[in-house]
Design a protein around this ligand. Structure first.
Ligand code: ADP
Ligand code: MG
Length: 322
């Protein structure tokens, strides 16, 4: 089982940032309103994610570390319409096979919290309602993989970039993170548009917000929304092309392609378009079970999705650039 978990970990856990992503997804799936992430040594030394979500019932705690034990799918039919970020039951066992993992959790209304320390039996602990997952010494048992990790600063940058992207997936959730004892970001839940644009400015820069057009483009069961910078916006920083499908941060060639075409349609000659875009559609129209890291998606009707993105985006930038 240990070996199987380590093999699965090879696909899920590439570096500290991948662990941060899985733990954040779990916190969001648990309905957290506030999430706090503590990183040390770029996340190689320590990653701690604390949430105020629904918690894990004591009797389910040991299950959380068992492979393919997920509380999120009741039937294989549900695999066709996934609404949670996780569903494979692979993240925690994979992480536990390549690092030292502690799990402390208190479901609302439970008499006491439970702590699971490595493979031992759960023991009572003090913990407010919610869950804290602590991951230490990444790849302590796999020196060959540990060697592939970059400098602490680089690993932190990857984790920080990921947290910034995830913070744009759920404006309604408060998210704070720190590195080596220093606060990096403290984002309050952003409920109205001004608050959301404030968060956007913190994470993508005020210049982007100033240059961005807000779009909200419903088309039948599909909806495209978010912010797209005018073609005149030119930016020196690294890529600012964020896609979220049903609240899930994705990397998708079809979406990126459609967006690039929209910009080309309005005679955009800049370097790289910049946007933060959200596509929402019924869960059964998109397959997220393509890769263990769940960053890729497949659309039932990719033509319709491509058309909507190209048309919706083109309309907005064309009207704004006049
Ligand atoms: P998955 O997310 O695919 O179900 P994971 O390995 O990421 O699998 O997590 C295993 C299980 O542990 C989840 O199905 C969930 O029941 C529980 N769990 C993990 N993290 C949390 C959390 N932060 N709050 C509540 N439950 C959690
Ligand atoms: Mg998960």
């Amino acid at each position: 089982a240990q070996l199987a978990n380590q093999i699965a970990a090879g696909e899920v856990v590439e570096r500290p940032a991948s662990i941060v992503k899985e733990l954040l997804e779990n916190a969001l799936d648990a309905g957290a309103r506030r999430i706090e992430v503590t990183l040390e040594q770029g996340g190689v030394g320590l990653i701690r994610v604390r949430d105020d979500g629904g918690g894990i019932p004591a009797e389910e705690l040991p299950l959380a570390l068992r492979r393919h034990a997920t509380s999120k799918l009741a039937s294989s039919g549900e695999l066709m319409r996934i609404r949670t970020l996780g569903f494979r039951g692979e993240a925690l066992p994979s992480i536990a096979s390549v690092a030292r993992l502690d799990l402390a959790s208190a479901p609302a209304g439970a008499p006491a919290a439970q702590l699971l320390h490595g493979q031992s039996e759960p023991s009572p602990a003090a913990h407010p309602p919610g869950t804290t997952v602590t991951v230490r010494d990444l790849f302590y048992n796999l020196p060959a993989r540990r060697k592939f990790l970059r400098a602490e600063k680089t690993e932190f940058q990857h984790a920080d970039e990921l947290l910034r992207r995830l913070a744009l997936a759920r404006f309604d959730v408060g998210l704070a993170w720190s590195h080596n004892g220093k606060p990096v970001q403290q984002l309050q839940p952003a409920l109205d548009l001004p608050a959301r644009e404030q968060r956007l400015a913190r994470l993508c820069g005020q210049a982007f917000v100033d240059a961005a057009l807000r779009l909200d483009f419903p088309a039948g069961e599909l909806r495209l929304s978010g912010w797209a910078a005018l073609p005149t916006f030119s930016r020196a920083a690294a890529d600012l092309q964020h896609w979220y499908v049903n609240g899930r941060l994705v990397r998708d060639k079809l979406l990126t392609h459609a967006a690039r075409q929209a910009y080309q349609d309005v005679l955009y000659h800049g370097r790289q378009p910049a946007y933060v875009l959200y596509l929402d559609l019924p869960a059964e129209l998109v397959d997220v079970n393509v890769h263990p890291a769940k960053a890729e998606v497949r659309f039932r009707d990719s033509r319709a999705v491509h058309d909507l993105v190209r048309r919706g985006l083109r309309e907005v930038i064309a009207s704004g650039s006049r």
